[in-house]
Ligand binder design. Structure first.
Ligand SMILES: *Cc1c(COP(=O)(O)O)cnc(C)c1O
Length: 432
């Protein structure tokens, strides 16, 4: 049996003290006792510190703002999480009409909203134009014409930027790489100038920016610098042609450590990109950064209870009450999450696969983990703040878990657990 000794990530909101895991000042076992499991727990301190690391780099030594952070809310769109970022000064990056509605529900300034995504419907485009978003990021020529048509119907102007596919390898998992010419995202590099010329001729379109987003869980700065260089070449060319760009949106995608990755420090990373913008003479552009995972990934854990320990012929299974329905990343990307017992016990450590109750062999949360546990114990699945709850499903008619935010010693329920009866309350049987 192979036991990959992957270290635990360094966390700011969660810690172990005298054999007990805490979210800030609150023992995780108390939260499980009060609210049940499976349970998502977030730390306000962790998300605040991650945001501030970006923000520090966005302001230069003279106090001049060089860039703005638009939180990519698809990573975790709970209203309380978004509201914490809004209070810190964040704008938002949205990818659907549903996300637009959430942003408006927390009272986000429409001018702080950027609407991205490869397949926006006419209804979603209309909602964004009516709300008055800062910019719609366009991903194809067909979509550009659709936006122009919708704006004509609404008799308004549509501020747009084109999403450039810079054809760089982000060196990440193929499912979360978006800036290669074989990916569905963005406008092919060699077609961008032509598309801008076309956009500038359309009656209702205002060209305001340019953007790119090359993927997610990127742990190196080099692919970003390559992409940025290529995007700035385009801005220079557009300037020559008299097409004026006001903002440069560099996307998100900076990785976090789930254990053995060592992504660049957020402040250093941001400084490196912003310095290149300035060095190349584009310091006058408003820069937008769209981090998602790196703001929330390590600000959340998923608490789960051990139901059964099941010794097997080849493997021992630890069957827990969370599953791929709560946290899909292992099933989807074979992603690694640190898993720790919430209380340390003087038991013999055994190597388990941590699996859920869902009827799929892909339903696992961790493989080959040495744990000193018994039935009824609690486990914390770490680094579950991004692409965790938002990807949850009701498969096997499982209600979605509750979400809790801890702020120092205070505890807030930020989403109630779903009731089973809610899951089929909108279904009807045939009359005969
Ligand atoms: C998903 C996404 C992001 C955020 O990606 P992270 O890896 O979570 O930082 C930013 N911009 C766009 C356009 C996205 O689709």
């Amino acid at each position: 049996m192979t036991s990959k000794a992957i270290p635990l990530p360094k966390l700011t909101g969660f810690s172990e003290r005298n054999g007990n895991w805490y979210a800030e000042e609150v023992p995780l076992r108390d939260l499980a006792k009060e609210f049940g499991t499976p349970l998502y727990v977030y730390s306000r301190k962790a998300l605040t510190e991650a945001y501030q690391a970006y923000d520090r780099a966005c302001v230069d030594a003279n106090g001049k703002r060089r860039a703005r952070v638009h939180y990519a809310m698809k990573a975790n769109s709970n209203l309380a999480v978004m509201d914490c970022f809004k209070k810190l000064g964040a704008g938002f990056d949205l990818v659907s009409g549903g996300e637009l509605a959430r942003a408006l529900a927390i009272g986000a300034d429409p001018k702080s909203l950027v609407f991205a995504g490869v397949g926006k419907s006419a209804t979603e485009i209309a909602a964004a134009l009516k709300a008055g978003v800062k910019c719609i990021n366009v991903e194809s020529i067909a979509e550009l014409h659709q936006i122009n048509r919708v704006a004509t119907t609404l008799n308004c102007r549509a501020p747009i930027s084109l999403r450039v596919n810079p054809d760089v390898d982000a060196q990440t998992h193929p499912y979360i790489s978006t800036g290669l010419k074989g990916n569905k995202f963005g406008i092919a590099y060699h077609e961008v100038l032509k598309t801008y010329r076309e956009a500038s001729q359309l009656s209702q379109i205002d060209v305001v920016g340019i953007d790119c987003h090359i993927g997610s869980q990127i742990t190196k700065t080099a692919p970003y610098l390559d992409a940025l260089d290529k995007v700035l070449d385009l801005v220079a060319q557009l300037k020559k042609e008299g097409i004026v760009i006001h903002h440069l949106d560099l996307g998100g995608g900076l990785g976090i450590s789930y254990g053995d990755e060592s992504p660049p420090d957020i402040t250093d990373f941001t400084n490196t990109l912003l310095n290149l913008v300035t060095e190349r003479g584009f310091g006058y552009l408003d820069v937008v950064l769209e981090p998602g995972r790196s703001l929330v990934g390590n600000a959340g854990v998923l608490l789960t209870a051990v139901e059964y320990l099941k010794p097997g012929a080849e493997k021992n299974f630890c069957i827990v009450d969370a599953a791929m329905t709560e946290l899909m990343r292992p099933a989807l990307y074979e992603a690694h999450h640190g898993i720790v017992p919430v209380q340390t016990k003087a038991l013999k450590s055994v190597t388990y696969d941590i699996v859920g109750p869902v009827c799929e062999s892909g339903d696992w949360l961790g493989k080959d983990r040495a744990l000193a546990i018994e039935e009824g114990d609690l486990l914390a699945i770490l680094s579950a703040g991004a692409y965790g709850f938002v990807m949850a499903s009701n498969y096997n008619t499982r209600p979605k878990p509750a979400e809790i935010m801890v702020d120092g010693e205070k505890v807030y329920i930020i989403r109630a657990r779903e009731k089973i009866s809610d899951l089929f309350s909108t279904e009807t049987v045939l009359p005969n």
